[in-house]
Design a protein around this ligand. Structure first.
Ligand SMILES: Nc1ncnc2c1ncn2[C@@H]1O[C@H](COP(=O)(O)OP(=O)(O)OP(=O)(O)O)[C@@H](O)[C@H]1O
Ligand SMILES: [Mg+2]
Length: 235
């Protein structure tokens, strides 16, 4: 990252984010006044012990859950209180997700999984453009090395291949932000290293801001900076 990028406005930011889970009559406080800024062209590792709240933070930033208080903004525009429809569009157009468990849809082929965010983002106009969209999907599958697996369903793919499909799906809309939750956590060491290298290369080629939760020091060291969640705070 150069100086002009670090001084530029963050693409995704959160301020004073608090999140507790209600459990029976009590509540479990997970995030206490968390502030974070993600910048274009910067890959940030998110570390912290199991249960420290990494996935919780990624889910809030990804508009998959609601915060108790605080703000989340995309290029300065608050997005944390959007209705379900508007939040789904922001997710499909502006945010890419890669999960530990891949989270592919088992009834759909690799190509159809990759195209899903585009279908959500384009709504009815998707059908008029579907030939072009399919070519775009095939191109992204080629970029992740799966040109010859487009018709395979997830259960006809290896774990590493499934995660490559998930990466293609995350990148198809060229989102400015990628959120990755232990993306290599379910892969063997060699496959995990290859998938990480691919993810970092594609994010860096595109200048995508990425937040990557991991327990692996070596993975964190391959990122541009490391943040730690401790006692509900980022340090
Ligand atoms: N839906 C929920 N309801 C109640 N408690 C929850 C819920 N989701 C998470 N928690 C709790 O919140 C804490 C933070 O969970 P989270 O999944 O964010 O941790 P994490 O840092 O991602 O851990 P890991 O490294 O094991 O993935 C944990 O103690 C967990 O038990
Ligand atoms: Mg987690």
């Amino acid at each position: 990252m150069n100086d002009s990028q670090s001084l530029s406005a963050p693409v995704l930011s959160a301020a004073a984010v608090c999140k507790s889970y209600r459990m029976g009559s009590g509540s479990l406080e997970v995030l206490r006044n968390v502030d974070i800024e993600l910048h274009t062209g910067e890959v940030t590792a998110l570390m912290g012990s199991s249960g420290s709240g990494k996935s919780t933070l990624l889910q809030l930033l990804g508009l998959m859950d609601h915060l108790d208080s605080g703000t989340i903004a995309l290029r300065g525009r608050p997005i944390h209180a959007l209705g379900a429809g508007a939040a789904a569009k922001v997710r499909a157009q502006k945010l890419g997700f890669v999960f530990q468990q891949f989270q592919l849809i088992h009834e759909l082929s690799a190509l159809e999984n990759v195209l899903l965010p585009r279908r959500i983002a384009r709504g009815m106009s998707w059908f008029a453009n579907r030939q072009k969209e399919r070519r775009r999907g095939a191109e992204v599958l080629r970029e992740v090395g799966l040109a010859d697996r487009a018709k395979h369903r997830p259960n006809q793919l290896s774990g590493g291949e499934q995660q490559r499909v998930a990466i293609a799906r995350a990148l198809i809309s060229a989102p400015p932000v990628l959120l990755a939750d232990e993306p290599t956590g379910n892969l063997d060491r060699q496959t995990g290293a290859e998938v990480l290298e691919l993810l970092l290369r594609l994010a860096r080629e595109r200048g995508t801001a990425m937040l990557l939760a991991t327990h692996d020091e070596r993975i964190a060291e391959a990122c541009d900076r490391i943040l730690y969640l401790e006692d509900g705070k980022l340090v």
